[in-house]
Ligand binder design. Structure first.
Ligand code: NAD
Length: 345
């Protein structure tokens, strides 16, 4: 039997439990040797441990350096700070990698196969925000400060170029807004150009795009892109946009790669509108689990999982409601398990 791999499992909030259980069942069917340490975070952390990111959860990830995570709820406009952002900071998860490809042909776009690499620690997400009072209005003015560093940009860009080359990708597009935010995103563009000349020219093609034009081009002709690399906020927006090109958030996995740990998750949130109804599509988290298998060098199992998902969607045509089907989370999972178990027969 393969060596056990300790990993932290955070079911999270909303649909988290449903999609995490489905994903763990698929990993079990593959015989993946993860030794799960179950922990809480987000709203569930607040409810059960009075903390959206309890010390036990942090200690677990510090020990395993590997986690599979369901979505965590963050209150809007006030309340506690996002546990996702805190996890990124705590474990220096500087690269958010979001691969997106057409899984069901005949949708909006066929043959989409691109990766968004988003800087995860800097930019406008550093959380330096404040209100300025004028007269008796305490919220008369709102201000935010973004911070991008040359070192942080270089670390992310270095990872993105190397990852693109390792995956045999042909083109890396640097997405920015340096025409307006000349310093904040100019530093990212300048660092990319310097790094490319020093280290990557001739190994992969690099081009650049302004974020607004890039959004339009993605919607008109996404096949022209291969790997998109960008700063935090633009990456957050574009990775949801590209998920929409291939059937929605239910199909988009994400990996948070850092110096101290790697955390795998779906791009989507906790979907409170459908939580507990058996309607959630578990594919995004399952694809994140496939990336996690690749990360721990269980590449054959990763390929089996992706092929099983592909066959369940396209041969068995078992699909959840967000994909135009009628299957529940459980029915999709059972069909996938039958595929995965049948692989040896
Ligand atoms: P959301 O992604 O939860 O939902 C957006 C829409 O997509 C909803 O209609 C939802 O039903 C649908 N959807 C999402 N995932 C789906 C799935 N797997 N199957 C079928 N339909 C799915 O976004 P939101 O409503 O803006 O956010 C809800 C909560 O999730 C917020 O508290 C937010 O902060 C949090 N969130 C967490 C993460 C994370 O943990 N990584 C990411 C994004 C949002």
């Amino acid at each position: 039997m393969a060596q056990r791999i300790p990993a932290t499992l955070i079911p999270g909030d909303g649909i988290g439990h449903e999609i995490v259980e489905a994903t763990v069942a698929a990993l079990d069917a593959l015989g993946a040797p993860f030794e799960w340490d179950r922990q809480v975070a987000g709203l569930e952390g607040v409810k059960t441990a009075n903390d959206p990111l309890p010390p036990a959860t942090l200690a677990s990830i510090r020990r395993t350096r590997l986690a599979l995570k369901g979505p965590l709820e963050t209150p809007s406009g006030g309340g506690y700070r996002s546990s996702n952002v805190r996890l990124r900071e705590e474990f220096k998860l500087y690269a958010n990698v979001r691969p997106v490809r057409t899984l069901i042909p005949g949708g909006r776009f066929d043959n989409v196969d691109l990766i968004v690499v988003r800087e995860n620690l800097e930019g406008l997400y550093v959380g330096h925000e404040l209100y300025v009072q004028i007269d008796d209005d305490p919220h008369a003015v709102a201000m935010a400060t973004g911070i991008n560093t040359r070192a942080g940009s270089r670390r992310l860009l270095d990872y993105a170029f190397a990852h693109a080359i390792a995956l045999g990708r042909k083109k890396v597009t640097i997405v920015h807004k340096a025409n307006i935010m000349k310093a904040l995103t100019g530093i990212f563009l300048e660092t990319a150009q310097n790094l490319y000349q020093q280290k990557y020219q001739g190994r992969v093609v690099m081009d650049t795009a302004i974020v607004d034009a890039c959004a339009m081009k993605l919607v008109l002709n996404p096949q022209q892109f291969d790997v998109l690399v960008t700063t935090n906020l633009f990456g957050d927006i574009l990775s949801d946009l590209v998920a929409g090109l291939v059937g929605g958030l239910g199909m988009a996995p994400g990996a948070n790669i850092g110096a101290d740990a790697a955390i795998f998750e779906a791009v989507h949130g906790s979907a409170p509108d459908i939580a507990g109804k058996g309607l959630a599509n578990p594919v995004a988290l399952m694809l994140a689990a496939a990336t996690m298998l690749d990360h721990v060098k269980l590449c054959a199992e990763a390929t089996q999982l992706r092929s099983g998902i592909d066959a369940t969607l396209n041969v068995d045509k078992v699909r959840t409601r967000d994909l135009g089907g009628s299957a529940s989370t459980g029915q999709f999972t059972q069909a996938l398990l039958a595929r995965l178990r049948g692989r040896d027969s």
